[in-house]
Ligand binder design. Structure first.
Ligand code: URA
Length: 235
């Protein structure tokens, strides 16, 4: 009989559509589904906390592009204040615009499962988007909108100083890497982000995976690559 943890893992991989895969990491401690949480590390310097709060207010009040006219609210991001991994998506959708939190719709459910498959809850990572306001009708953000918001994401990454960035989808991958290659060409290898050379892994956007479940195997390979580069949890 499978131990309870193995059964749980099998269930998670099943939800990801990957029942034939076995997790190779010793993830018997797969995290229970975490509610949306903000985890503040005890050791954060007061100056960083102050900068973070200033940034939160700057994003909340931002009128740097036309999207401020149609948003319900900005979507700053959520998660751990000193995460090992930062997940970067594209832009808030309708549900995220309503709730003020990234990845809370159908794609978010799959993102949660992907994280759980490597033993992580939402509170273990920080989840942000390239842009903080919803583009109407869920259209792609324009280069001007991405440019107007780039400073916010950069400031988040500077303050969070993650050990690894997981870019989900084309917009996140191309914006962070400054490249025009499709995800299929950017995924499957380690990139280096910024002057500090933070390891960056590109994978498919969960919304794409919902439409193209056959690609989940590749997304799983990307997650395993990210785990090899930087263990998602301190041992
Ligand atoms: N898709 C994204 O890229 N980000 C979200 O927050 C929700 C859906």
């Amino acid at each position: 009989m499978m131990p309870a943890s193995a059964t749980r893992r099998a269930m998670i991989l099943h939800e990801m559509g990957l029942e034939t895969w076995r997790l190779r990491t010793p993830a018997d401690s797969v995290a229970a589904p975490a509610p949306a949480v903000e985890v503040v590390a005890d050791s954060l310097a007061p100056a960083i906390v102050a900068d973070w709060e200033r940034l939160r207010v700057a994003v909340r009040d931002c009128q740097g592009c036309e999207l401020h006219r149609t948003r319900t609210q900005t979507v700053f991001g959520v998660g751990h204040s000193a995460p090992r991994w930062v997940i970067v998506g594209e832009a808030p959708g309708a549900e995220e615009d309503r709730q003020g939190e990234p990845f809370v719709g159908a794609a978010g459910k799959l993102l949660n499962e992907m994280l759980r498959a490597v033993g992580l809850g939402r509170g273990d990572v920080f989840i942000a988007n390239v842009i903080k306001c919803r583009p109407p009708e869920n259209r792609n953000p324009t280069p001007a909108e991405i440019g107007a918001c780039a400073g916010h994401l950069q400031a988040q990454l500077d303050l969070l100083a993650p050990r690894l960035i997981l870019a989900v989808g084309r917009i996140a991958a191309q914006s962070l890497l400054g490249q025009n290659e499709p995800v299929g060409r950017l995924r499957g290898r380690a990139h280096a982000f910024g002057p500090a050379g933070i390891p960056l892994v590109v994978t498919y956007h969960p919304a794409y995976l919902l439409r193209s479940p056959a690609e989940k195997r590749r997304a799983w390979d990307d997650l395993r690559l990210a785990c090899r580069l930087v263990a998602p949890r301190a041992s």
